[in-house]
Write a protein that binds this ligand. Sequence first.
Ligand code: ZN
Length: 379
Amino acid sequence: MYKKSYTAKYCVGCEKFLLDKEIVKGCCEIHPGKKLETISEENYFFKLSDYKEKLITLIKTDKYKIQPKAAKNEILSFLKNDLRDVSFSREKSRLPWGVPVPGDKDQVMYVWADALPNYITGVGYGSNSNKFKKWWPAQTHIIGKDISRFHAIYWPAMLLSAGLATPKELLVHGFINDEKGRKMSKSIGNVIDPFDQINTYGLDTVRYYFLRSIPSNQDGNYSETDLIDRHNAELVNTLGNLLSRSLNLIEKSGGKVPAGKYDTTLKKEYNTALKKLNESVANFDFHHGVAAVWKFIAKVNQYVDKTKPWTLEGKKKEKVLYNLAESLRLISALTYPIIPNASEEIAKQLGIKKVPLIKSDSIKVGTKIKKGKHLFSKK
Ligand SMILES: [Zn+2]
């Protein structure tokens, strides 16, 4: 840290000094219409430039992994340009309510210099070393794209300066906009309250919609019409109908899971869905994984249409019913991280006490099904 006097354009909305190239029509990009201030003052500076090469290496080698790739490249190109030292304090006369800089009564802390260390002090740094050892370094740090620079550059540099490890990865999440792609704001009046949505459509439906329709690695538009369409088509029809039609068939044949060996084609489809779900979770690319799981559910529906178990008798029918029960058991496992309440309900109606683990073997012969209410109702 060192003291320096300087003059620059400042956005009060971001609490950030802007470079000339970041000024669009005289304003900050995030706060169009908010007048920029020209500020001259003497502040303490953090020698960010000292960490430039170390940061480039950490990010390039994925030792500090930034996802998605586009965000990683953006941060790398920012680092390769002119990386300036950052002002880490403000004059107290301008921000009298600020947190004082230790040892200097005329200066207060810059908001990010004070806020970022909460990530470590919150898990015991400086107060509880056992707790800190347990929780730091963080595995994945999730932030919105408008504050990526503070988290992808300032914060790891501060950690390096303090001799501490950086988080292992950083996920830069896109914005969730309204259905026309506009930023949600109180002044436009297009803010969607997630709790209202949960009250209207149910928690699983809202979770499903976010994971299936809003990509985490770019901006997404929240459309209630799209949510209702997906709820009706994918949750009520594809998943809910498979459960009720399968359990109806088993119920009419005595209500117990017959003996069988799982169909090899279905098993292959399940393995593909599981593999894609695992990959998508590792890459924070959830919508691809959810789509793969629903593709498997659709395949099981097609299996019912093709085999027409209501026309079969004896062993042939038992074989199909076993495959349906086992498929539903696997679907309960696959859907647990996406729609946990419905997943538990599937397990319950199948007569299984707990949601099965992915690696557990197969449904037990003679399991008594407990057909219950519809998983989802039409909206
Ligand atoms: Zn701004």
